[in-house]
Design a protein around this ligand. Structure first.
Ligand SMILES: Cc1ncc(COP(=O)(O)OP(=O)(O)O)c(N)n1
Ligand SMILES: Cc1ncsc1CCOP(=O)(O)O
Ligand SMILES: [Mg+2]
Length: 211
């Protein structure tokens, strides 16, 4: 993984897409230039069992076709079974040490909200950290209150080389603030899933420069 892979990190599960088949949305996002993808199938109506696995495999296949890293959210067993490129975990999932032990050198992304969490993520060689929600989000029911960009700025100044992706309520109107604060990239759900023109949205989001 290089820092550019974080530039526009698309996250999707079937619950995030309403008017079109999710795989169609993913393929359009891939064609338009997303740089990383996270399979995040959760929530009350999430697919389970065989349907869950088949959907994950279909997403992975599309990502392979476009040479884009396929990251699994939360589910280590699925990530290992499919041979995903990586896994993303949060502080309420599993201890980072346990995950690193299980996944070997697969990419590891960790959500962080405090300096201690950053320290632990670094100790176990997290490949990147996710910081957020920066702004209000409707895509995660148990999200913490929006943090704004202050913590992100602090982490960037203390860890100049740490790959950071910002998440939560990010869209064309505010992405520049986040890059300015020091993020290498933005992770989005609704900005793409609810876009009326995915190509335009992706082009706009990928062309934003820090200043
Ligand atoms: C890139 C990225 N950053 C943060 C998160 C949030 O992870 P987590 O806190 O574990 O919450 P869930 O996504 O599992 O609900 C993420 N998924 N991706
Ligand atoms: C998974 C996650 N973690 C923190 S905020 C969030 C949801 C981001 O979705 P959106 O881009 O629609 O605000
Ligand atoms: Mg999680």
């Amino acid at each position: 993984m290089n820092n550019h892979d974080l530039k526009l990190y698309f996250i999707m599960g079937s619950a995030n897409v309403h008017k079109r088949p999710p795989l169609e949305v993913l393929e359009e996002a891939l064609q338009s230039g997303i740089t990383m993808f996270q399979f995040r199938e959760k929530g009350p109506d999430a697919l389970t069992g065989q349907a869950y696995e088949i959907f994950a495999q279909s997403c992975q296949k599309l990502c392979k076709q476009y040479h884009i890293p396929f990251i699994v959210n939360d589910d280590i067993e699925l990530a290992l079974k499919l041979g995903a490129d990586g896994i993303h975990i949060g502080q309420d999932d599993f201890p980072v040490a346990v995950i690193r032990e299980k996944i070997g050198d697969m990419l590891l992304g960790v959500s962080v909200h405090t300096k201690d969490e950053v320290h632990t993520a670094l100790q176990y060689a997290a490949d990147y950290v996710g910081i957020g929600p920066i702004f209000a989000t409707t895509s995660k029911s148990d999200a913490k209150p929006p943090s704004g960009t202050e913590f992100l700025q602090q982490v960037r100044s203390e860890h100049p080389d740490l790959p950071i992706v910002a998440i939560g309520g990010i869209d064309e109107s505010n992405a520049q603030l986040v890059f300015k604060a020091g993020a290498h990239g933005i992770a989005v759900i609704s900005a793409i899933c609810e876009s009326v023109n995915i190509k335009d949205t992706v082009l706009t989001l990928t062309s934003i420069q820090p200043s």
